[in-house]
Design a protein around this ligand. Structure first.
Ligand code: EPZ
Length: 418
């Protein structure tokens, strides 16, 4: 177990670089199961969730090597053996192995995937879509056995937008016979990037970035080299660090177009920004105003940036409201912020009123989940005195060496391993 100790109130300065998106890289590593030969992925963050998916595939015979942020993946000798259940249970994202495994081996058995406790997180949308593609599914004791003997192309209509279900169907159908049309598809930039990756490997996917995606199956995919898009959630996280410490901080190597909803909120609450083609700079964040926010699927305000935004609202004057519409239990971090002095009222598990500005003070707090954990680090940067954040490993799942990168822009943060 390790923890972070942070002495707050330092101004941040200079430039912080955003790395590749966890939620795209992980899917591309899974998609490599569909490709015989060498896949080179650039801009892959060195984080625990990526390592878990690498471990799952390596254990089953894939050859994967890392040189800094570049991965070489070769799944030619991947064995027809189910992924290790204890690794699958470590993170929700492992569900994206199912599509590629079905396409390559025609079957997979796996436990209900784990991950952040931010809601009930069922997988019924995935299962229904696999059934629509012709799969037979047996479920017992929270384990699923899925067999896909004969692929049925046609229309897959999601009852609700789901990022990983869209990705699973993209991957399962791109090397199957026939044309598959996905309606009510997710439009998140990570889904679009996965589609670009697959197309560069020879797939025929169109409509990505819209709610109707068409996949025309091809016989096989070929090796490729691809650069993962910048992580918009990491960019939003670092921008929040600049806002809550009122620092002139430049967040570089990002795509501002992927953060439009988040930046619109910042502008509305009086944050002065300079936005370039691949960077965003905080110029002034002194007089923050209140606002009501609501998360939504892309291009709306990302649920993964709801906690950072909630922190910002504790520093804004007046009453703000948060409505989390994607996950039903993603406001738990407010109780940790309360220990530091934040004031709020929970209306129900997905809605809260925040009363600001409140002075934050150092405290001993616990990381509830990945994005909430990163938010607590940011809160500690803005707080008076020392904050101890327990459960640093949860933050390591999605942020590479966060302490070193924040230290380089002026934060006083250290990791203590126990
Ligand atoms: C992806 O999760 C991301 N994870 C999440 O990021 C992100 O918060 C989420 O999309 C929304 O943008 C990965 O890409 C690995 P969904 P995913 O299926 O695909 C319900 C992070 O911190 N639903 O789009 O699992 C679900 O409960 C993580 O990086 C069903 O009801 O999310 C939720 O209410 C956290 N049945 C909504 O749909 C299903 O079968 C959207 O979830 C699937 C989902």
């Amino acid at each position: 177990m390790s923890k972070f100790e942070i002495l707050g109130k330092n101004k941040l300065y200079g430039e912080i670089q955003v790395l590749g998106a966890k939620n795209a890289a992980m899917k591309m590593i899974s998609a490599s199961v569909l490709i015989q030969g060498k896949v080179t992925l650039e801009n892959v963050p060195d984080i625990l969730d990526i390592q878990t998916i690498i471990d799952i595939l390596t254990e089953n015979g894939a050859k994967i090597s890392r040189k800094e942020h570049s991965l070489e993946i070769d799944t030619t000798n991947l064995k027809e053996r189910d992924p290790n259940p204890s690794l699958v249970k470590k993170m929700r994202g492992s569900i994206v192995l199912v599509g590629p495994y079905l396409a390559r081996f025609g079957k997979i058995s796996f436990p209900h995937p784990g991950g952040c406790v931010i809601g009930s997180r069922p997988i019924d949308i995935h299962l229904k879509a696999f059934r629509d593609l012709g799969a037979e599914i047996e479920e017992s004791d929270n384990f699923y056995l899925i067999k896909l003997n004969k692929f049925v192309s046609g229309e897959i209509d999601f009852r609700k937008v789901s990022v990983t279900a869209t990705e699973n169907i993209l991957m399962a159908s791109c090397v199957a016979l026939g044309t598959t049309v996905i309606t009510n598809a997710a439009r998140e930039p990570e889904v679009v990037d996965l589609a670009h990756f697959l197309n560069q490997a020879g797939a025929k996917i169109s409509g990505m970035g819209t709610s109707t995606i068409t996949v025309t199956g091809v016989k096989k995919l070929h090796p490729l080299k691809y650069t993962v898009l910048p992580d918009r959630i990491e960019a939003g996280t670092f921008l929040t660090a600049g806002v809550v410490t009122d620092s002139c901080l430049k967040v570089a190597s990002c795509n501002p177009d992927h953060l439009t909803a988040f930046l619109d909120v910042l502008k509305k609450i009086n944050v002065e920004l300079e936005i370039g083609s691949n960077y965003i700079k905080i110029l002034d964040a002194k007089n923050l105003g209140s606002i009501d926010i609501k998360t939504a699927v892309y291009p709306g305000l990302a649920t993964d940036l709801q906690a950072p935004m909630g922190l910002i609202l504790t520093q804004s004057s007046g009453t703000s409201r948060i409505f989390e519409t994607i996950f039903e239990n993603r406001l738990g971090y407010l109780h940790e912020l309360e220990k530091m002095g934040a004031k709020f009222k929970l209306i129900d598990p997905s809605q809260a009123e925040i009363y600001g500005p409140s002075k934050l003070n150092g405290a001993v707090i616990q990381t509830p989940d990945l994005r909430a954990g990163a938010t607590l680090v940011l809160a500690a940067l803005a707080a008076e005195g020392k904050t101890t954040i327990l459960g640093a490993e949860i933050i390591d799942r999605g942020y590479e060496n966060i302490e070193e990168r924040l230290r380089l822009v002026g934060a006083n943060i250290k990791r203590i391993n126990r």
